[in-house]
Design a protein around this ligand. Structure first.
Ligand code: ARG
Ligand code: ZN
Length: 876
């Protein structure tokens, strides 16, 4: 049965204090736990503790050894009679970390002989370690003692402050950690093994000295310096932007190659997927550098938005994730270019979240029910959740939002909170009722907003009529109107922004203003307007909606040329490119195609336009997934072909000569520096090379082969390799062999070798993916490797994955079973690539349906994969 938000009850039992003792070993670890209990309810609710896969050794209640008559352990719940307020419960269990392939709870990273032990508890891994009420509204004080063989496990770490360490008999040693801040069990962590470190002293703004330490295996430790800098920047930023200081004497960060997600904010002991921590120019791309900075910041920011103020229950997950993504986006915007960051985030939202919201897995940012919480660490909870915080922040303005956040942290510090607490604090601190925005948290689906303008020459007025509509999603047939803040400006045909005089406002409003659409339909009248204006709507992407703006192509081209804001220019270019795509698909009127090509060719030639990174983004049309979202019935091969043709037209309009000359000018500046202009140069160089490959493949491939050889950075190297592979160029074979050899010892670089080959065009893809799955370096046990091969194939090469004969679906589904047996979380996430099957054209649709359905018969799947498969199939 699903777990329902409406069933939430405050826990009857709290744990005030937990003492944990670990005797660590690779295939046998003993855990002794001592809980001091508090009864919070007057009703005689029995004490129930979660525990999964635990070998129970003994239970003692208040010093008495319990016999099996005094407790029941069934269905992963341990029920204990006779506990009372103040009771002390001691349990001893045994675990086998080496056998834990699900990477949840305590597990081994790397080979048995040399690997290290670590934990992942969010969401419900703690119950795989010991018996405990494993839910986020039980906050306890932790004292953790680790014991292990000193030679095999020289480093012993747990969350909190160090509280002693020493030797034991028989070559063993111990270390103790005490966390002064009560915390939920999902924030517990330990790490034990052979690790190297780099350290730095930090003093918080409020004067606390903190030891920052990053730990990694010996071959990786020199790649941690960038992350250390990013950590220091994050800590300073949170002090300045939000007044938040760190609150322990130490802050440990650990890198592992074996991790289900990106990283984890365990109190005082963050654990990272190595992909988001290690960085050096030889093996890390520019995009990955920015991702490292963002994830380091994200996990650090959780110390306040997540740890000091945590979630009452898992339905509130976006309370910490949406908020922390938003804080991380603000930080990244401050560290880099705000416009580029916004472009990247909106593109991600459209690529990952909009399709989720439009398909069978659609769910509200605050889901009302789930079977497996790990299936809800989604783009909706994270990315859409961040957009909702952004709307609230926009509504309050910078000072008001800060005031509201101060109130939120102050009122909820040390508590497990809800989204109501969040909106309440933000609103109360500003005397504004934000509760109407709660509707966004409960309603799935992306609202579609239609905008229609009418100019009345006699009245000198412009009436903007906005309507909203949200399509039904599974389990939510009827949708209501949501408050949609629309940031707008009006442009004159010469490209000037017009001062806004809005009906109902006595003063002029400057040239940019936010109106809020609250009903299904509303009109807004602007006065003192001398000629029909061109509206620029949803500026900065002020609300996560799909806009139907009814623009003439020339109007979009004007916005593309004249807007001063980089994001808005990009948005105009995206809309114009979509219209150009429609024109190609439908034939006939080519105005949009011509307008798009002309506007971009003009910018390309404009010597005064100096922003190379923005130009690269402007020259990129929406991706295949986004374009497919515009179709009623999707043929991925056709979407791919049309998008290629669209880019060919652009390339041809600019011309091979100018592209090559621009490439050479950019290549003359090649370096491996990370400053903004060096990154921008690489980004534009890649885009220019891609366009050239579409109109003069032999020339582009010759250039790419040279770039591959001489590249001083992974960014340039991988960009060149991708052009060769995508074009199925003869030079690809040698380059791939070279890459394989050169990076054989570097798992993160090798992941890229797997990924790039999934981008072979069309019918060639599947055979290569199958070949790679048999490569000795491939393993289903490593999530990064699985995602690098299967994930990249299915997500980044839709035309290669969605073969008309259905062989892609069948083969992927065959991999899901063995993967599920090893790691249910990774299997379930991979299965979501089939989310869009219902909108495929009939032949692929039937092939996909039959492949997915084959999972519903045969041996039982994990709860994770079962839920995804059932939801994807729906009532079909
Ligand atoms: N809280 C982590 C973050 O920073 C995500 C961990 C989720 N892990 C999981 N197995 N569900 O986003
Ligand atoms: Zn997070």
């Amino acid at each position: 049965a699903p777990i329902l938000l409406s069933d939430y009850r405050a826990p009857a039992w709290q744990v005030e204090q937990i003492e944990l003792d670990f005797d660590l070993g690779i295939d046998a670890t003993q855990v002794r736990s001592c809980l001091r209990l508090r009864r919070d309810s007057t009703q005689a609710t029995p004490l129930c503790l979660d525990g999964e896969g635990l070998e129970l050794l003994t239970i003692m209640l208040d010093g008495q050894l319990l016999s099996p008559d005094d407790y029941r352990y069934a269905d992963n719940v341990l029920e204990i009679d006779h506990a009372h307020d103040g009771s002390v419960l001691e349990t001893r269990v045994r675990l086998n970390p080496a056998a834990n392939t699900a990477l949840e709870g305590l597990y081994l990273s790397g080979p048995r002989e040399s690997g290290f032990l670590l934990t992942q508890c969010e969401a419900q891994g703690f119950r795989h370690i010991t018996f405990f009420p494993d839910q986020p509204d039980v906050l306890a004080s932790y004292t953790v003692t680790l014991r292990a063989d000193r030679a095999r496990f020289p480093v012993l770490l747990a969350g909190g402050n160090p509280d002693g360490a020493g030797d034991l008999d028989g070559g063993r040693h111990w270390a103790r950690f005490v966390d002064p801040h009560p915390k939920p069990s999902y924030l517990f962590a330990l790490v034990a093994g052979r690790l190297e470190k780099i350290g730095r002293e930090y003093v918080t703004a409020d004067g606390r000295p903190v030891q920052l330490v990053i730990w990694a295996e010996a071959d990786a430790i020199e790649r941690c310096h960038y992350a250390m800098d990013a950590l220091e920047r994050s800590m300073r930023w949170d002090e300045q932007a939000y007044g938040r200081n760190y609150d322990l004497d130490v802050f440990h960060v650990v890198a592992t190659h074996d991790f289900n997600m990106g990283a984890m904010e365990n109190k005082g002991l963050n654990i990272f997927n190595a992909k988001y921590l290690l960085a050096d120019p030889d093996s890390t791309t520019d995009d990955e550098y920015r991702a490292v900075e963002a994830v380091v910041a994200h996990e650090y920011f959780h110390n306040w938005s997540g740890n000091r103020v945590t979630c009452r229950d898992w339905f509130q997950l976006s309370l910490k994730e949406g908020l922390t993504v938003f804080r991380e986006q603000q930080f990244s915007a401050d560290m880099n270019s705000p416009a580029l960051k916004r472009i990247e985030d909106v593109a991600l939202l459209r690529r990952a979240q909009f399709p989720e919201d439009a398909g069978p897995l659609a769910h509200p940012v605050r889901p009302a029910e789930y079977r497996e919480i790990n299936n809800f660490y989604t783009a909706t909870v994270y990315e859409k959740g961040s957009e909702l915080v952004r709307m609230l922040a926009g509504r309050l303005g910078q000072a008001g939002f800060r005031r509201g956040m101060d109130r939120y942290f102050e009122h909820n510090d040390g508590h497990a909170a809800t989204l109501e607490d969040f909106l309440g604090a933000l609103g109360e601190a500003n005397d504004i009722d934000l509760m109407p925005y709660l509707a966004w948290y409960g309603q799935a689906g992306t609202p579609r907003m239609k905008a229609r303008g009418h100019y009345d020459a006699a009245q000198h007025s412009y009436t903007l009529t906005l309507t909203q509509h949200t399509l039904p999603t599974p389990g939510q047939a009827h949708k209501r109107a949501l408050p949609i803040p629309v940031k707008l400006a009006l442009f004159a045909t010469d490209g000037r922004m017009l001062p806004l005089h809005l009906d109902g406002h006595s003063n002029a409003l400057g040239d940019e203003h936010v109106i809020v659409l609250e009903q299904a339909e509303q009109s807004f009248v602007f006065r003192n307007i001398d000629a029909a204006p061109i509206p620029s709507l949803l500026r900065g992407f002020s609300a996560p909606v799909i806009l139907d703006g009814d623009y003439a192509p020339t109007e979009l081209a004007l916005l593309l040329r004249h807007d001063i804001d980089g994001f808005n220019r990009w948005e105009a270019a995206q809309q114009l490119a979509s219209r150009a795509y429609d024109a190609l698909r439908d034939g006939g009127d080519t105005t949009a195609l011509t307008a798009w090509c002309d506007a971009l060719a003009e910018l390309f030639d404009d010597e005064l336009f100096a922003d190379d990174a923005l130009l690269a983004d402007l020259l990129s049309p929406p991706g295949e997934i986004e374009l497919a979202e515009r179709e009623q019935v999707v043929d991925p091969a056709r979407v791919h072909a049309l998008r290629q043709e669209l880019q060919q037209r652009l390339g041809a309009r600019i011309g091979a000569g100018p592209l090559l000359r621009r490439y050479e000018a950019l290549a003359a500046q090649t370096n491996r520096q990370l400053d903004a202009s060096s990154q921008a140069q690489r980004r534009l160089k890649r885009r220019v090379l891609e366009l050239l490959a579409l109109i003069d493949a032999p020339a582009a491939h010759a250039v790419a082969a040279g770039q591959y050889q001489d590249a001083p950075s992974m960014t340039d190297r991988l960009a060149a390799l991708a052009v060769l592979v995508r074009g199925n160029a003869p030079q690809a074979t040698l380059a791939l062999a070279h890459f394989r050899e050169r990076y054989a010892g570097d798992p993160l670089a090798l992941d890229k070798w797997f990924s790039v080959q999934t981008q072979l065009p069309g019918e060639l893809t599947l055979a290569r993916v199958q070949l790679l799955a048999g490569d000795p370096a491939f393993t289903l046990k490593n999530p990064n490797r699985v995602n690098a091969l299967f994930g990249a194939w299915a997500r980044s090469n839709p035309a290669g994955f969605h073969r008309a004969d259905g062989a892609g679906y069948r083969w992927l589904v065959q991999q899901l079973r063995p993967l599920d047996a090893l790691n249910p979380q990774v299997a379930a996430r991979l299965a979501t690539v089939l989310n869009g099957w219902k909108r495929l054209e009939p032949v692929r649709r039937e092939a996909a349906r039959s492949a997915i359905s084959s999972l519903t018969t045969g041996p039982e799947l994990s709860r994770n994969l079962t839920e995804i498969v059932q939801n994807i199939l729906g009532d079909s």
